[in-house]
Design a protein around this ligand. Structure first.
Ligand code: NAD
Length: 282
């Protein structure tokens, strides 16, 4: 993983280069808000945007990229198939809808958003088809544990290239990171800033001060030094720039270990083994 500057990438198991830092756009409103967020990010040098059909803002993401003067192939775009759209045929048509919303003729990474019981293996079959047809450059999964990955590894030819999971100082899941490393699956963090909760941990402020950096910068840097691709979200120009200013310092091994030690196995989101009720109730 190359983390020397914002153009740094990691090479996925199929040879595709994935930028190590991206912008997350969950809850960025469709239209002006998401368009401006992506514009700020592109100006700051980000070349990786993480959206999903569930976020309802693929259209704005596509528009911001299209009108940016940056060639399509220079921006890495991730989108995801939502729970209600899983199954073989449904996934194929959900992918068509996502591309239409994005106004693009391919996606860089297509992920299964959550491993819907009884369906995600069929969904993976559809992702393999889309990949084999060249409609997506890489495929992967989100919100999976080792047993979900093993099911895919045992039943299919294509190993997921990426696992996008909740990851922050309170939820490290080091054994799962190790499993992914062993299987050459790139780990990617969602909610790296714990949806703003990291700012309540005093120890992180202390550690960040040692480097004259903000807590957000310390945590993003910690993600990268652990080999984890990261997609912090903000719709504010100054924060989008701040979150990209993480390539001029290196945190010590001791500091990495201190952040690791804050792990409590705590989630801000649903558990991968029990999420259907969460989304039914929310
Ligand atoms: P996050 O951890 O990135 O936190 C975002 C919040 O942190 C923002 O709303 C903002 O309030 C704050 N923030 C950001 N930069 C800051 C800064 N420099 N200073 C102070 N506050 C700052 O949370 P997230 O949006 O949940 O996660 C990031 C991205 O991950 C999402 O936008 C989405 O793309 C992806 N995601 C994926 C899944 C999934 O199921 N695959 C789930 C959640 C999120």
């Amino acid at each position: 993983m190359d983390i020397k500057d914002i153009s740094g990438t990691t090479t996925l198991r199929n040879g595709i280069a994935m930028p190590v830092l991206g912008l997350g756009v969950y809850k960025a409103k469709e239209g002006r808000e998401v368009i401006e967020s992506v514009q700020h990010a592109l100006e700051a040098g980000y070349r990786h945007i993480d959206t999903a059909s569930f976020y309802g803002n693929e259209n704005g993401v596509g528009e911001a990229i299209r009108t940016s003067n940056i060639p399509r192939e220079d921006v890495f775009v991730t989108t995801k198939v939502w729970n209600d759209d899983q199954g073989f045929e449904q996934t194929l048509s959900a992918f068509d809808s996502s591309l239409k919303e994005l106004g693009m003729d391919y996606a860089d990474l297509y992920l299964i958003h959550w491993p819907v019981p009884g369906k995600y293996l069929e969904t993976w079959k559809a992702l393999e088809k889309l990949y084999n047809e060249g409609r997506v450059k890489a495929i992967g999964v989100s919100n999976c544990l080792e047993h979900h990955l093993n099911e895919i590894l045992e039943n299919f030819e294509i190993v997921p290239m990426v696992l996008q999971n909740e990851f922050h100082p309170r939820l490290v899941q080091q054994p799962l990171l190790n499993f992914c490393k062993r299987n050459n699956i790139q780990y990617e963090a969602w909610s790296p800033l714990m949806r703003g909760e990291v700012f309540k941990l005093d120890i992180l402020k202390e550690l960040a001060d040692n480097y004259n950096k903000t807590v957000a910068q310390l945590i993003i840097r910690w993600n990268l030094q652990k080999g984890v691709v990261t997609i912090p979200k903000s719709v504010h120009r100054d924060r989008i720039f701040e979150n990209a200013d993480v390539f001029d310092f290196v945190i010590s091994g001791e500091c990495v270990r201190r952040i690791d030690s804050l792990d409590r196995g705590e989630r801000t989101g649903a558990h991968p083994n029990n999420f259907m009720d969460h989304f039914r109730d929310n």
